[in-house]
Design a protein around this ligand. Structure first.
Ligand SMILES: C[S@@+](CC[C@H](N)C(=O)[O-])C[C@H]1O[C@@H](n2cnc3c(N)ncnc32)[C@H](O)[C@@H]1O
Length: 284
């Protein structure tokens, strides 16, 4: 007969294992079709190799087991944590029955769209609206962005973050791999395309992965001024800690200004991966 301590210890170990390697998150990565993975990964690695001298990333050591992650491994680790969060966010809106669709601003390579589609396969019927220029980032016009280290270094220059995927290719891949998911793609600058989303559309989840202050501001302003967010909607900011985590730059500044302007009531839902931040919207 196991002692109380042994039983508790076993429970703790099971909990720990589950939380470090949740099945769903692993599947979210594994099930993204191999073709899409291979294409995206080779492009991502090439991009990180190009950035490496500028951003001077040291190899990362896992404090838990001392394992040193090289760049591809590190990227996989980042992707794993992002996939885990996207999946659990879809689970949140499903379990708590938040009304509305999923919107993504910043489709880029299509990888996060694929993870979201995979997570939505068994979710209640919702539409996924994907927004991107498919030409990379805009040239920064706002003085806030122009002062940002990421823009100044050229990493977030006009036309960067362009994977060369077309909306037609992405739609074909997603429809082929995840036929049950209802997807709409909006090509162009957010400020032009957001008004094309059908009137009356409610949003349960917004994945905001567009790097820049101005792009983020455009997105939040549109969602809030048109009262599109449902009570309990989840907002994910992928680039929260970029720009050396400066609160006066990028997504941190865009959100703070929106909170002040609109009087948003919200809950801080914590950080994810190395750069992300989540909030739950209560109202404004
Ligand atoms: C970091 S990437 C997104 C990465 C993506 N989630 C993935 O899985 O690969 C940022 C994207 O935001 C888009 N973007 C940023 N600002 C935009 C704007 N104002 N209008 C349209 N697209 C924009 C860029 O074209 C780029 O593809």
């Amino acid at each position: 007969m196991a002692t109380l301590f042994q039983r508790l210890n076993r429970k703790l170990q099971a909990w720990w294992k589950l939380n470090r390697f949740p099945d769903q998150a692993l599947q979210a990565i594994d099930d993204v079709p191999a073709k899409i993975q291979a294409q995206i990964e080779s492009q991502l690695f090439a991009r990180y190799d190009q950035w490496r001298p500028e951003i001077n990333i040291a190899p990362l050591t896992d404090p838990l087991d001392g394992k040193v992650f090289d760049y591809p491994e590190r990227l996989n680790r980042i992707k794993y944590l992002v996939a885990q969060t996207l999946t659990s966010s879809v689970d949140y809106i499903t379990a708590t029955r938040i009304e509305g669709d999923i919107v993504e601003f910043g489709v880029g390579s299509g990888w996060t769209s694929a993870v979201l589609s995979r997570s939505m396969q068994h979710a209640a019927r919702r539409r996924m609206h994907l927004f991107d220029s498919f030409e990379g980032l805009p040239v920064s016009a706002s003085t806030v962005d122009q002062a940002s280290p990421m823009v100044k270094s050229g990493i977030w220059g006009g036309g960067t973050c362009n994977w060369g995927i077309t909306p037609e290719q992405l739609l074909r891949m997603l429809r082929n791999e995840f036929p049950s998911v209802d997807v709409e793609i909006y090509k162009g600058w957010f400020s032009d395309t957001m008004s094309r989303i059908p009137a009356g559309t409610k949003v349960a989840m917004a994945h905001i992965d567009c790097d820049l202050y101005q792009s983020t501001r455009d997105v939040i302003d549109h969602l809030l001024s048109n009262r599109m967010l449902s009570k309990g909607a989840i907002l994910l900011f992928d680039d929260w800690t970029c720009n050396q985590c400066d609160p006066d730059m990028g997504q941190q500044r865009a959100w703070r200004e929106a909170v002040e302007t609109y009087g948003i009531k919200y809950m801080d839902y914590g950080f994810y991966s190395h750069a992300g931040k989540r909030f739950i919207y209560h109202g404004h």
